[in-house]
Design a protein around this ligand. Structure first.
Ligand code: T4K
Length: 401
């Protein structure tokens, strides 16, 4: 399909005007600037920029208390946090993960010579299916990494049962799930450990950043050493390690944003329900539902597009929205198994991933967060309604180009 010049074409059909400025998924949330600037000045005055400084220590304590977990170790980003976690748990051979995740989950394994074994997700959601995990286990399997996609909790109970039965490790990529809860307990308390991303695009950001949280004292000590080259005091290296340290500037941003996190989540929630109220009237735009036992951070507004009803497929809709300056995203298209090096290494992986293949073609993530107003959402709704209503003319126009 060719990209149509949709601004021009939709306008010809009498569509509402396109947005003047681009509306993005993932605009950063920024807390109180005065507090941030004070902290930045303090860093510069004290000339202590990194290496487990005062702000990193404060942030670790506050996050641990917010989550209700014993240990929080701040790391320079979520990907390095995954890599260090994988090492700290001694994962080797094969590790089972979903393919429907950001590529970092798979790379963190492959980068260390461990084979990611892609498992399908369950119907009606986007998380790894515990029933299928069992079929992926071989004598080489050392662990499972569940991913709480869109902040929706994995099926902790069943994954724990599988991991215990086969005596393998269980950890979670909780990159999307900061501030989310399951059964009134904050995500971050399950498996051997859980990993957050504090990237700029996340509900809670520290510019770049991440954290590993765990209730296991021994593991926490090991991770602390590993993120600092394995140093235990001056001149004494006790493990192979890396440099996973968070800088003071990131921690200053983290502390500032933590003070506003409840507000960010409330603002997300208002937008989430505004989308829901409007879009439930649009055929073929099914909003991904929340788990009944879940408290969400409402950071992602995701739809499953049913082409039979919209008349246009997801990619056609994304092209049209982009031309209208609505920069919706296709996370996690085309699925890790269809990206390098995995598509070359495992060319047949898709045969075992029917639900992943299906969802990868249907998901659409809409712009949201405090930088998107309710009026913006009203306009997005009008444009989408228009597109669905005029699907036949638009399709004809596309065919003739
Ligand atoms: N596991 C999972 C499940 C993850 O989703 C991620 C990261 C990780 C692990 C790894 O954690 P980190 O190592 O990243 O801490 C973005 C993020 O870069 C990535 O962190 C995130 N997942 C992924 C889901 O989304 P892209 O390729 O979409 O980034 P990009 O540059 O296209 O930005 C997205 C949108 O955000 C843009 O349309 C504009 C907006 N934006 C972005 C930045 C960086 C801004 O407005 N300002 C900004 O500063 O990956």
């Amino acid at each position: 399909m060719k990209n149509i010049n949709t601004i021009h074409d939709l306008a010809m059909f009498g569509a509402p005007p396109a947005f003047q400025n681009k509306l993005h998924v993932g605009r950063p949330n920024i807390g109180n600037r005065k507090n941030l600037n004070e902290r930045l000045n303090n860093i510069l005055d004290k000339k202590w920029l990194t290496n487990q400084g005062e702000y990193v220590q404060q942030l670790e304590k506050r996050i641990a208390s917010y989550i209700g977990v014993k240990h929080c170790i701040c790391i320079c980003n979520g990907t390095i946090a995954l890599e260090i976690s994988i090492r700290a748990l001694n994962l080797t051979g094969e590790v089972i993960i979903p393919s429907f995740t950001f590529i970092a989950t798979a790379h963190a394994l492959q980068w260390q010579g461990i084979k990611p074994v892609f498992c399908d997700i369950h119907k009606g959601g986007c998380n790894i299916d515990p029933a299928l995990v069992e079929f992926c286990i071989t004598p080489e399997t050392s662990g499972i990494i569940g991913v709480h996609v869109w902040g929706a909790p994995c099926d902790y109970e069943r994954l724990t049962a599988v991991a215990n039965k086969h005596q393998i490790k269980l950890m979670f990529d909780a990159a999307h799930a900061f501030g989310c809860s399951y059964h009134n307990r904050k995500i971050g308390n399950h498996g051997h450990l859980e990993v957050f991303s504090f990237h700029a695009t996340k509900v809670f950001n520290s510019f770049e950043g991440g954290a590993i949280v765990t209730n296991d004292d021994t593991l926490a000590n090991k991770i602390r050493l590993m993120k600092n080259f394995g140093f235990s005091g001056h001149d004494n290296v006790v493990y192979i390690g890396s440099n996973g340290k968070m800088s003071e500037i990131s921690a200053a941003m983290g502390l500032t944003n933590l003070e506003s996190l409840d507000t960010f989540i409330q603002q997300n929630q208002i937008r989430y329900y505004h989308y829901k109220k409007l879009f439930e009237h649009i055929p073929g735009f099914k909003m991904m539902s929340l788990h009944e036992k879940q408290k969400s951070n409402f950071h992602y507004v995701t739809f499953e597009i049913d082409e039979k009803e919209t008349g246009l497929n997801r990619d056609q809709i994304v092209n049209i929205l982009h031309a209208e300056n609505i920069i919706a995203r296709r996370y996690f298209y085309p699925g890790c198994h269809r990206m390098e090096p995995y598509r070359t290494l495992y060319p047949n992986a898709g045969r075992l991933l029917p639900q992943t293949e299906h969802i990868c073609k249907q998901v659409l993530v809409m712009p949201t967060g405090p930088s998107i107003s309710k009026n913006d959402i009203d306009m997005i709704y009008k444009i989408v309604t228009f597109v669905v209503k005029h699907q036949h003319e638009i399709k004809l126009k596309m065919k003739n180009q």
